[in-house]
Design a protein around this ligand. Structure first.
Ligand code: ADP
Length: 492
């Protein structure tokens, strides 16, 4: 009870230590990581917006230069119509046309759509001249600074300040120019960019769009670039690596905790083992010593015979225990190599039963099955005999002294099996796999005064598995247990 309380206290302390040393830092670390990754995302978002503003400014300047500055890359070469203002005349040199600006422009051109087919002087006069008149009027009134968009005509009228020359440019040409520039600027960025005619849109501009200050009819729409896995990885590298770090820390600490807990458990079991072994030695030794002292004075032959029998039984118990400890030591060192001889399992089982007399009267154990038919296997006779003996001894230890133990040898599916059945205390379901662990003693036997050190079944399993076999248990607490050892057979 005392040691149990100590163990509980120890593991509680271990848990608190674990919480303080590992869980707390992990939680703090995880909170920091979440916060850091949030501000990292905000930073990335801010940088993206800044970059987009730069792109917008660059496009604006580029368009402005293209439309206004004379030079080889100027819009002049791509213009639909070129004109020159001379006094109160607008001259169209490519069409041999000249018109007086002073003529008041019609409120609406007769045909507002852009003309189709090749341009003629008549078409220019009908479609473009009225817009140029309106343009000049608005320029004079300061409503624009030399660029005006005519939505229905789908064209810009441009006249660089201070100059006499002007142009009419198809809006598609402007858009194509802006989009080509945008494509170059957005390459490698986390966004794509495209130019739209804001003036053509009835609906509100979509989110993520920027209007150009000097070209209010034009709008640039930014969208997130379809992420390639590389880009995504690069963008998310920080949160991913932090997440991975937390995961590794948590897994590592769970692993360390489990190893610590397993170590502590093993140390506890080992202590119990040493106590149990000492106890196992002490009781037969005390009995032998006491009887040896009395022997000198005893003259009654019946008593002498009885003492002789008890001393022999205790000595055999001690010898069996020493053998088991030595086998266990060999198994622990990994040096236990089993001999391979042709042997009959029925005969080995019979020998094992005969060696169990120190724990059970011979009439308690019944050997069933066809004993005339040998069951041949290749194996180590001593190790197998000890293993079978161990299971039978357990059956005897953990059942009432007058109950029967049945041992049956049989052939099954090309292999052989030995079954040991008792009508004893049984084993709770949750302990049925643990009883094969070394040093493990059932909790259900703790209160009983049954001797044992908890290495028997671990040894049995080692021997049986070392022979390519298996061991299984079926048990019902209060009703009894059934241990089945299966071993591969050999042909006669
Ligand atoms: P022990 O020296 O304690 O008998 P073993 O390794 O032989 O060690 O057995 C481990 C545990 O398995 C025992 O402590 C006991 O709780 C349980 N056990 C083994 N055989 C039986 C059985 N026939 N009936 C009930 N419990 C058993």
């Amino acid at each position: 009870m005392h040691t149990l309380l100590q163990a509980v206290r120890r593991s509680q302390r271990l848990l608190v230590l674990f919480a303080l040393m590992v869980l707390l830092p992990v939680v703090i670390f995880a909170v920091l990581v979440v916060r850091a990754s949030r501000s990292e995302r905000a930073r990335v978002e801010y940088e993206k917006t800044q970059r987009q503003r730069q792109v917008v400014q660059f496009v604006e300047t580029e368009l402005q230069t293209w439309l206004f500055a004379p030079g080889p890359d100027s819009v002049a070469r791509e213009a639909l119509v070129r004109f020159e203002v001379q006094g109160d005349q607008v001259v169209f040199p490519d069409f041999g046309l000249s018109r007086s600006v002073g003529d008041s422009p019609p409120l609406r051109p007769a045909n507002p759509a852009p003309p189709s087919g090749p341009l003629t002087a008549a078409l220019v006069a009908e479609h473009y001249f009225p817009r140029i008149q309106a343009f000049r009027r608005d320029l004079g009134a300061g409503r624009h600074t030399g660029i005006q968009y005519f939505r229905q005509l789908r064209a810009l009228v441009v006249q660089p300040p201070g100059g006499a020359r002007g142009y009419v440019v198809d809006i598609e040409t402007v858009l194509a120019r802006a989009n080509a520039t945008l494509a170059g600027l957005a390459a490698g960025e986390a966004f794509t960019a495209s130019a739209w005619m804001a003036a053509d849109r009835a609906a509100r501009p979509p989110a993520g769009s920027f209007s150009l200050e000097r070209f209010p009819f034009l709008e640039i729409l930014f969208e997130d670039a379809p992420r390639t896995s590389w880009l995504e990885l690069r963008g998310q590298a920080f949160p991913y690596s932090m997440g991975l770090l937390v995961l590794v820390t948590v897994l590592g600490s769970v692993f360390v905790y489990r190893a610590l807990a397993a170590d502590a458990r093993l140390a506890r079991l080992r202590n119990d083992f040493v106590a149990a072994v000492s106890h196992e030695f002490r009781s037969p030794l005390s009995s032998i010593l006491a009887l040896a002292e009395r022997l000198e004075r005893v003259r009654d032959p019946d008593k002498l015979h009885e003492y002789h029998r008890i001393i022999g039984q205790d000595a055999r118990r001690l010898s069996a225990l020493v053998t088991r400890l030595l086998d266990f030591a060999l198994m622990e060192e990994g040096r236990q190599i089993y001999a391979r001889e042709r042997l009959d399992l029925v005969a080995t089982t019979r020998d094992a039963i005969a060696s169990c007399q120190h724990v059970a009267r011979p009439e308690r154990i019944r050997l069933l099955g066809d004993q005339a038919a040998p069951l041949w296997i290749d194996g180590d006779p001593t190790a197998l005999q000890h293993a079978i003996q161990n299971v039978i001894e357990n059956a005897a230890k953990y059942s009432p002294p007058d109950s029967t133990i049945e041992v049956e040898c049989a052939r099954q599916n090309g292999g052989h099996l030995i079954e040991v059945r008792d009508r004893g205390i049984g084993i709770p379901r949750e302990e049925q796999t643990r009883i094969f662990e070394k040093f493990y003693r059932g909790r259900h036997v703790a209160g009983m005064n049954v001797q044992g050190v908890g290495i028997g079944l671990a040894l049995v399993r080692h021997v049986i598995e070392g022979h390519g076999g298996t061991i299984a248990v079926e048990s019902e607490p209060g009703a009894g247990s059934r241990f089945v050892l299966r071993l591969p057979g050999r042909d006669a």
